[in-house]
Design a protein around this ligand. Structure first.
Ligand code: PGA
Length: 247
């Protein structure tokens, strides 16, 4: 089974998303692969209604570190559960880079999300500078060690890792399948090192970064890749559905 996750980022309105979801639901009826979509907070309640009875999982793109209280502008894990959200993205590079989210914060968010019964898609990935300096492995090791700090191996069943090299996100320049295979093997080795060989083998790892209808199949067929996290190319319901169907 493959995992096809979409990330809307800050796009569309609630009225747009209704038509989108109707198309997606129709096109994914009887789908055997896992299909999921991370929407803006304002869309979630409506989306839940439209996804009722479908196979499509519903996610948010972020979650608060704290449980509740004086945190103006934040949305808690309880609030997300309350409107029927299944999973949340955590640590997307846009959160890390534009909003200065640290690994410490990512770690707190993961623990909060899991404690409240949300599944987690943990996004990791190196910058172009790190890549050019030849430091991808040490960077990812530090990122994963800090993000997963204090988490138990049995909690990994509720965590998906999305490897998204920052230089490939929204640039139209995806990593090559060779690069993806190599780096995802590194990610699995790191997880194996932190937990166990079994954990490294079993953790679900997605690739993200300029996945589109042209490269989708070859990326999904790359060794070690369980699926994809798709930004720009998920925004058109027909395009997104046809990628899913091409599997
Ligand atoms: P992209 O975004 O597919 O538009 O590159 C992927 C992501 O940021 O999750």
């Amino acid at each position: 089974m493959k995992y096809i996750y979409g990330n809307f980022k800050m796009n569309s309105t609630v009225s747009d998303v209704k038509a989108y979801l109707m198309t997606l639901v129709t096109n994914t009826r009887d789908e055997k692969n896992e299909v999921a979509i991370a929407l803006p907070y304002t869309h979630l309640t409506t989306a839940k209604e439209y996804l009722e009875g479908s196979v499509v999982k519903l996610g948010s793109q972020n979650v608060a570190e704290e449980e509740k209280g004086a945190f103006t502008g934040e949305i808690s894990a309880d609030m997300l559960k309350d409107v029927g959200v299944d999973f949340t993205l955590i640590g997307h590079s846009e959160r890390r880079n534009i909003y200065n989210e640290s690994d410490k914060s990512v770690n707190k968010k993961i623990k909060m999300a899991l404690a409240k019964g949300l599944e987690v898609v943990l996004c990791i990935g190196e910058s172009l500078q790190t890549k050019e300096a030849g430091k991808v492995e040490s960077f990812l090791k530090k990122q994963l060690e800090e993000d997963l700090k204090g988490l138990y191996e049995n909690e990994l069943k509720s965590i998906i890792i999305a490897y998204e090299p920052i230089w490939a996100i929204g640039t139209g320049k995806s990593a090559t399948t060779k690069e993806i295979e190599k780096t995802i093997a590194i990610v699995r080795d790191i997880v194996a090192h932190i937990y166990s060989e079994k954990a490294g083998k079993e953790i679900v790892v997605l690739y993200g970064g300029s996945v589109n209808p042209d490269n989708f199949k070859s990326i999904l067929n790359t060794k070690g890749v369980n699926g994809a996290l798709i930004g720009g190319a998920c925004l058109d319901a027909n395009k997104f559905s046809s990628m899913i169907k091409s599997l």
